[in-house]
Design a protein around this ligand. Structure first.
Ligand code: NAD
Length: 355
C-alpha cells in the first residue's frame, strides 16, 4: 500500500484525492489546505484534514493556532498540521497554486528526509529532476524523490505526439492552443471578453522537450486564452512522412488515454462532449476525427483537453513510480481500470462514431 497525502485542495488536489482513493493500492492518509471554504469542508467530510500555512518561517506555531481556530469556527476539526500529516505518509502530492510548491519544498518538505513529492505544472522545471508522462518516461522516474507533472496542455500534447511518433517520421509540429480562460469554479479569473495571446514559443514547448528531448527544435507551441471554461482546444499542424489517415486514427484510438470522436451531425463541440459524458471529468484527450486532414506531407487535426482532469492519471502513475513500483504497464493498467477509462471511451466513441 502506498501511503500518501495531498497538500492543496483546489481544482487539481480535489481530483487527485478522489482518484487516489479509487486505487486499491493507494491509501490517502489525509489532505491539507490553508483556509476554510466549501472545498475544505468537502475534504474534511471524506478524509482526515490537516492545516497548512500560506507562508512559513516566522511565528509558525502561532499561525497554525490561528488557522486551526478559523477552521474550528467554520465547523471543520483538523487532525493536526501539515507536519503531522507528513510524518504519516511516504509521499505528498503538492497541488498548491503555482510557485507555492517550490516554497513548500524549501520550507516544509525538506524537513522530512523520507518524503517523496509530486509537484504540478505551475512549478518551474527545476523543482524536480524529472518532468513526467506515464507513457514516455515512467521508467526514468522509478524511485525519484521529486517528480513534476507538466501542465494539462503539455500532458495532452505529449499523448498525441507519442502516438504520432510511434507510427510516423515527424519533421516539425506547430500547435496552437486555445486555452480556457478559467476553471468553472474559479470566478476570479478571466478574460471575460478578450484574447490573451502568449509569446512564441509558449512554455509548453520547453515542458514537452523536458519530457521527450527528441522534440527539441521540432516543436513550436503558441497559446491564446479565451473566455471559455469547459476545455482547451489544440489545433495541430505537423510535417513529415505519415502513413494513411486510417493508420493515424488507429494509433490515437489504441491509446486508452485518448478518445477519437466522429459524429453524425458535424464536429462535436466541447459542451456537447461534456453533456454526452454526463458532465463528468474527462481524463482522456479527445481527438476530433472530422478535423484530421492529410495533404501530402502535412497533417492537420484538432483535439480537446479537459484541463481539470487530464493530469490526474499521470499523478496517480507518478505516485507509484516515485515510490518504486517497477511496472509501468501495470501502473497504467491499474490507473485506467480504477478510473474506468474504458467505459468513458466506449460511451463517447459510440455516441460520436467514426464511420
Ligand atoms: P487552485 O487554486 O484551484 O487550488 C490550489 C489550492 O491550494 C487552494 O485550495 C488553496 O487554498 C491551496 N493553497 C494555497 N496555498 C497553499 C499552501 N501554502 N499550502 C497548502 N495549500 C495551499 O489551483 P489548481 O488549479 O488546482 O492548480 C494547482 C496546480 O496544478 C498548479 O501548479 C497549476 O498550475 C496546476 N494545474 C492546474 C490545472 C487547472 O486547470 N486548474 C491543470 C493542470 C495543472
Amino acid at each position: 500500500m502506498f501511503d500518501v497525502g495531498i497538500n492543496g485542495f483546489g481544482t487539481i488536489g480535489r481530483r487527485i484525492a478522489t482518484a487516489a482513493q479509487r486505487q486499491k493500492d493507494i491509501w490517502v492518509k489525509g489532505v491539507a489546505s490553508t483556509s476554510p471554504s466549501w472545498k475544505t469542508q468537502h475534504a474534511a467530510m471524506n478524509l482526515p484534514f490537516f492545516v497548512s500555512l500560506k507562508n512559513y518561517g516566522e511565528n509558525d506555531s502561532e499561525n497554525f493556532k490561528k488557522s486551526t481556530d478559523s477552521f474550528l469556527n467554520y465547523g471543520i476539526k483538523p487532525k493536526g498540521t501539515i507536519f503531522d500529516l507528513l510524518d504519516d505518509v511516504d509521499l505528498i502530492v503538492d497541488a498548491t497554486p503555482k510557485r507555492v510548491g517550490e516554497m513548500n519544498k524549501e520550507r516544509v518538505y525538506s524537513k522530512k528526509n523520507h518524503l517523496h513529492v509530486i509537484f504540478q505544472g505551475g512549478e518551474n522545471g527545476e523543482v524536480a529532476r524529472i518532468t513526467f508522462n506515464a507513457h514516455i518516461n515512467y521508467e526514468d522516474a522509478i524511485g525519484e524523490q521529486f517528480i513534476r507533472i507538466p501542465s494539462c496542455n503539455t500532458t495532452a500534447m505529449l499523448r498525441y505526439l507519442k502516438s504520432l511518433k510511434d507510427i510516423a517520421k515527424v519533421d516539425n509540429v506547430f500547435v496552437n492552443l486555445i486555452k480556457r480562460g478559467a476553471d468553472p469554479a474559479d470566478p476570479g479569473q478571466g478574460p471575460i471578453n478578450d484574447y490573451v495571446p502568449s509569446e512564441i514559443p509558449s512554455h509548453h514547448t520547453e515542458d514537452a522537450v523536458a519530457v521527450d528531448p527528441s522534440w527539441k527544435g521540432k516543436l513550436i507551441t503558441h497559446s491564446v486564452k479565451v473566455p471559455v471554461t469547459l476545455m482547451h482546444m489544440h489545433n495541430i499542424i505537423a510535417t513529415g512522412d505519415f502513413p494513411s489517415r486510417d493508420k493515424i486514427l488507429e494509433s490515437f484510438y489504441d491509446n486508452p488515454r485518448m478518445i477519437v470522436v466522429g459524429g453524425h451531425n458535424g464536429i462535436p463541440t466541447a459542451a456537447e462532449i461534456f453533456d454526452a459524458n454526463k458532465r463528468e471529468d474527462l481524463h482522456q484527450i479527445i481527438i476530433l476525427e472530422k478535423t484530421l486532414h492529410l495533404h501530402n506531407n502535412i497533417l492537420i487535426f484538432s483535439a480537446y483537453c479537459h484541463q481539470e482532469a487530464d493530469v490526474i492519471p499521470e499523478n496517480i502513475d507518478a505516485i507509484r513510480a516515485s515510490l518504486g513500483f517497477d511496472g509501468p504497464l501495470e501502473s497504467l493498467t491499474r490507473t485506467n481500470k480504477y478510473l474506468e477509462l474504458e467505459k468513458t471511451k466506449k460511451t463517447l466513441e459510440s455516441i460520436f462514431p467514426v464511420y
